[in-house]
Design a protein around this ligand. Sequence first.
Ligand SMILES: [Zn+2]
Length: 235
Amino acid sequence: MPGAYRFVSLQELAQAGKLRREWTTHTGRTYVKDFSQDYYKVKELLRNLPVDQRELYLRMYVEDLARKYPRYQFRYQIRRYNGYRFFIIRRGSIQDSGRYKEIPIYIDLLSGEIFVPRSYLRKQPKLVIAVIHYRISGLLAFLRAKFPAVAPEPQRPGRKHEGKAEKKKAVSKTVICPKCGRPGTLTKRWVISGDGKKRYYWYVGHKKNGKIKWCYIGKYLPPSLAKVAKELGLK
Ligand SMILES: [Zn+2]
């Protein structure tokens, strides 16, 4: 039923990378999330792919979404406007489109830029920005999983969220890495996930030629390392 959609002109599209998300929790705390970094990373990842593959991977991403969240009826379309080729991710039911429940996200297949129609932003800014935020962080996670070599996790371990004392102790403690069997430093690494929550994962760092190579251990430590982490006050 693609004919049922109304298409907007290019002037009506707002670039998604410049948006900021603000939300208040039930406790009254307000959060602001600037997702421009993720945005540019997604753009870069898309541009690293040959043009025909950009479409292929975006399709895989939407098919994944549709399987995971059937109630949102995710689907995609490819449309041309004045020589631009857009991959459009749609969400919501066709019947709801008149009530702005459907939120289309336009991805320029050539530049990798992501847009949203301004009319949607005006009507429901919070919902629309939240959806863009989910799409961008979701796309980033998806592309990272597909291309781990070109898109390693960006945050350095042991920064910002860790206390100084913990960090000091962590670097002084050597463990045997369960991944590669070499000695290394057990470190807790914090990431902000797509839903804006802070989560941590365990890594073992190995020094090599002045650089540190990180082995990913995961959310949970094997029992031997869990004991070490406890001793270090990392848990
Ligand atoms: Zn290792």
